[in-house]
Write a protein that binds this ligand. Structure first.
Ligand code: EPZ
Length: 434
């Protein structure tokens, strides 16, 4: 695991070549949590990315009693008859996705204690939808000393309707319902491909899941789930990030092992900007040699809308557009922490509430910048690749959480990158991870 915290990028070199998409971090994390539904059985996952967050989730599952082997993308999780149901604060605060063990623990053990994940650089990140839905299924939820204390004498299948198609809340309730007799229906469910991957896992484990990928998901639980094997889908956000690395450096980059349908919203926005992708059934490529692009208007939305996890990265590319762009962030309440760092490199961005107006500039220049979160860090690297001169991106710990072999992959595309020893500069945005 790479641990250097700073990266020196000598920008202005068009990238070219092909990279393969990693397994999706945001599919692997819920599927790992689903293993807790098993009793004395095991779950085998393939195409698991080697990322900080994956190791954090593995440490959390080990703390609860699971045994985990993870090598070359294959992970085997052996779950004992008895599990602990109290989660350690240091791990939960390190990664918000730890909240995904809440539903499985309540369904499996009848109890769970989870420290409330704090806010982070992209918003307050509450889990009220998760808690309200678990209560409707028959869990008693108390908040004591900053932790969720959940208990139940038995959960019941029911109809859940989310105010917002929350990815994590949909996943938590799907997993809870998989071990709850009867049919639970989730309305206004999240429709992300990662939800469908979790549904594949739950079906392989013996639950009946229908409607995954649509707004209405129904789960018929089983009393006992069985050992299963699951392949993790490709990471659409990582793949899209590399496509934009090719675009922003006016190079030519292809990403293999990705279904273009997963990036449809991004590709149609790029088309609008004047950049047309070439696709096959499992690859996408952009040829931006000598290209320019227009400004566009983007509103981030739940899937299949434009993904909020690509907002910082597309903002970086639009900072170099021939014209003005508008981005409206509608998923998180404050995902613009990266704008200040963009401005240090010469980007012209005006924040008006949850909307930013970007005035395209012909050139940006290198600077020392700090990552505030995972995708902001990735976007700053994109800017560094395009900028004139040298850029140092600090607080890379955020980036290692979500991008496997980032340095190797970028170097294979021709990037001039050097990992620096950790600097003295404290992490400007220190906070809990996503
Ligand atoms: C998942 O987070 C992803 N993380 C995020 O990716 C992604 O940005 C997000 O979905 C949206 O697509 C993982 O899958 C591990 P939400 P999640 O619940 O589940 C509000 C990355 O970079 N909300 O769909 O936490 C919430 O505050 C990360 O890989 C409530 O108000 O997202 C947000 O404004 C960053 N109450 C909105 O809903 C709740 O109970 C969407 O959140 C839950 C959510």
């Amino acid at each position: 695991m790479l641990t250097s915290d700073r990266m020196l990028i000598r920008g202005g070199r068009p990238l070219s070549g092909r990279v393969r998409a990693q397994g999706a971090k945001n599919a692997a994390l819920p599927v790992m949590a689903a293993s807790l539904l098993l009793k004395g059985r095991s779950l085998k996952l393939s195409r698991v990315p080697d990322l900080q967050d994956i190791h954090t989730m593995a440490d959390l599952l080990r703390h609860l009693g699971a045994e985990i082997e993870f090598k070359d993308g294959t992970m085997t999780i052996d779950v004992p008859e008895d599990l602990k149901w109290e989660t350690p604060s240091d791990l939960v605060r390190k990664m918000r996705a730890s909240s995904l063990v809440l539903g499985p623990l309540v369904a499996r053990c009848g109890r769970a204690v989870l420290p409330l994940p704090g806010g982070c650089a992209i918003g307050s990140r509450p889990i009220d939808f998760h808690l309200k839905a678990l209560t409707r299924m028959g869990a008693e939820i108390d908040l004591e000393q900053g932790s969720v204390h959940a208990r139940t004498d038995g959960l019941s299948a029911t109809r859940i309707n989310f105010d917002f198609p929350s990815v994590g809340a949909t996943e938590n309730i799907m997993m809870t319902a998989a071990l709850t007799e009867g049919e639970t229906t989730i309305e206004n469910a999240a429709r992300e491909p990662e939800i469908e991957n979790l549904a594949d896992a739950l079906r392989a484990m013996g639950a009946s899941v229908e409607g995954d990928g649509t707004s209405t998901v129904s789960v018929k639980g089983a009393r006992d789930l069985v050992s299963a094997k699951v392949t993790i889908i490709p990471d659409r956000i990582e793949a899209s990030t590399y496509l934009l690395a090719g675009m922003i450096t006016r190079g030519r980059v292809a990403v293999d092992g990705i279904d273009p349908a997963y990036a449809a919203a991004l590709l149609s926005k790029l088309e609008e900007a004047g950049i047309t992708a070439a696709t096959s059934d499992d690859s996408v490529s952009l040829d931006c040699r000598g290209a320019g692009w227009n400004g566009v208007t983007i509103k981030t939305l739940p899937y299949p809308g434009f993904p909020t996890d690509m907002q910082p990265q597309i903002m970086a590319a639009l900072c170099l557009a021939d014209g003005t762009s508008i981005i409206h962030e509608s998923v998180f309440d404050s995902r613009y922490m990266h704008v200040g760092e963009f401005r240090r490199m010469g980007c012209k961005i005006d924040i008006q509430g949850n909307t930013v107006v970007i005035t395209g500039v012909p050139q940006i220049s290198g600077a020392e910048v700090h990552a505030s979160d995972l995708r902001a860090g990735a976007a700053l690297i994109l800017l560094g690749l395009a900028a004139e001169g040298e850029t140092v991106v600090c607080a890379l710990k955020h980036v290692w959480r979500g991008y496997e072999r980032l340095t190797d992959k970028l170097r294979s595309l021709g990037a001039d990158i050097e990992l620096l020893p950790d600097g003295e500069s404290a992490d400007k945005f220190d906070d809990a991870g996503d």
